[in-house]
Design a binder for this molecule. Structure first.
Ligand code: PLP
Length: 486
């Protein structure tokens, strides 16, 4: 006869303790020696999946068995973002204090959907984000909330902008409305695709995102913005938001936020500043200028999970107009009514999500562990390393820099004498693939004015001068070996 197991409850604390100690030992070892792993995973498509059972276990398994699979199957399928040779995209690196914060948050498993469901989750988030605001040199009067990614932060900001128009899209929707003009959003042609996605998801229509031309340093041209808005107004459209970027993804160009704010104000447009990568660099006193003019904007996104050494995921949305966010999102069903709701912040009112992870703990621990000077020193060092790398590229024949080095990203490429654009693109793609396949360092690419460009982005807390030197020697070796064969 089939018997129903009567066991309830979790594993024993001793079992957990032993496995967790081993896991923490492994993490420390891993982070100290991650150089031994290939940065980019060598897994072939489908390989990880094929190595795992297709069906779930009928009976419980010991933690040790899972950890064996973790080491044997999962780790080889990981691209190591915590590796000091990770120079692709923009870094996401997790510092020890942040990892500890994640572990403790998992232990607590607190859900900050309402203030009362964990007062510390709401209040630590507010304290932490106010600290970060101060570190970045922003004025008072900003409300901050943590989201998972800049994409979601931007979506929220544009939802607030859409609602502030007074068209009550929240209530009436956008379809079949003769009173609703086309709503337009503006950003530069180098803005991140998350702006496009937000416009699409908000039902504004992708064609209503206007990509404004940039100058020779890839910065949004204010006069082009002004002209685009004027043309739209003349056509009967309604400009609702401008999204300047501080630190574009391809090249870290810095849009002129003060001018954008001045223009946007004339047309009653919301200004959302996308500083997902570069914003936190304003912690460095000599880089404070990065956020010049941002105090005049309506919202700002920065990602501590990018350049503030906080483990994935942790994006911060600041706004000067939290009421507009509430106007877009707040709802109060009876089952969420609490006695303290009028005297507390309830973070569910400021976005889509109800349940809320305790993300501020890890950011708070990172900020406490390094302090203002420690964070500034690390970011400054990354910028120095980028300038050194750019110097090596600049002084070596047959290589060229493709954009000014504003922060810690270097855009460059190999340009052999006499090669045409197609040959240069093919050669640089081959160099990058060869370097990445060797596994010591990992780079990514972009296109600038149609020209294939390699990107070396420095931002990992463990990256040192030696890793940047290694990247350069790998690149040169790959170039000469490919060119010798040709
Ligand atoms: N904005 C900029 C400028 C970025 O560079 C990125 C990602 O690199 C994003 C937004 C999107 O970030 P997330 O992955 O947090 O959505």
């Amino acid at each position: 006869m089939h018997t129903v197991p009567t066991l309830t409850g979790d594993l024993s604390p001793d079992e957990f303790r032993a496995a967790a100690h081993a896991a923490v030992d492994w993490i420390a070892e891993y982070l100290e020696s991650s150089g031994q792993y290939p940065v980019r995973s060598r897994a072939r498509p489908g390989e990880v999946r094929a190595a795992l059972p297709a069906a779930p276990p009928e009976h419980g398994e010991p933690l040790g068995a899972m950890l064996r699979d973790f080491h044997g199957t999962i780790v080889p399928g990981i691209t190591h973002w915590n590796h000091p040779g990770f120079f692709a995209y923009f870094a996401n690196s997790g510092a020890y204090p942040g990892i500890l914060g994640e572990l403790l948050a998992a232990g607590l498993n607190a859900n900050g959907m309402l203030w009362v469901t964990s007062p510390a989750v709401t209040e630590l988030e507010q304290v932490t984000l106010d600290w970060l605001r101060q570190l970045m040199g922003l004025g008072d009067g900003w409300f901050g909330e943590i989201t998972d990614t800049a994409s979601v932060s931007t979506f929220y900001a544009l939802a607030a902008a859409r609602e502030r128009t007074g068209f009550d899209i929240r209530g009436k929707g956008m379809a079949a409305r003769s009173d609703l003009p086309r709503l337009r959003v503006y950003c530069s042609e180098h803005a991140h695709s998350s702006i496009d996605k937000a416009v699409i998801a908000l039902g504004l229509g992708h064609e209503n995102l206007v990509k404004v031309a940039t100058d020779e340093q890839y910065r949004l041209r204010p006069e082009a913005l002004q002209a685009a808005i004027e043309a739209d107004v003349a056509a009967g459209y309604r400009p609702i938001a401008v999204v300047p970027c501080v630190g574009t993804t391809s090249i870290t160009s810095i849009d002129p936020v003060p001018e954008v704010v001045r223009i946007a104000r004339r047309y009653d447009c919301w200004v959302h500043v996308d500083a997902a990568y570069a914003g936190v660099a304003a912690i460095v006193p000599e880089l404070r200028y990065l956020l010049d003019g941002v105090d005049g904007a309506d919202s700002l996104v920065v990602n501590p999970h990018k350049w503030l050494f906080t483990p994935m995921d942790c994006s911060v949305l600041y706004t000067r107009d939290p009421q507009a966010l509430k106007q877009a999102f707040a709802l109060l069903p009876e089952y969420l009514v609490t006695r303290t709701q009028d005297e507390t912040v309830n973070l569910m009112d400021y976005g889509i999500q109800l349940g809320r992870r305790f993300r501020s703990l890890k950011l708070w621990m990172v900020m406490r562990a390094y302090g203002r000077d420690g964070l500034a020193e690390r970011i400054r060092h990354h910028c120095e390393l980028a300038r050194e790398f750019a110097g090596m590229v600049h002084f070596e024949g047959g290589w060229e820099l493709m954009a000014p080095v504003t922060l810690s990203l270097v855009c460059f490429r190999r340009v052999p004498d006499g090669a045409d654009e197609a040959a240069i693109a093919e050669l640089n793609a081959a160099i990058m693939e060869r370097v990445n396949a060797r596994g010591q360092v990992y780079l990514s690419h972009t296109k600038l004015d149609g020209r294939y460009t390699l990107r070396l982005a420095i931002g990992n807390i463990r990256t040192a001068r030696a890793h940047v030197a290694l990247a350069w020697s790998e690149l040169r070796a790959a170039a000469s070996s490919i060119e010798r064969r040709e």
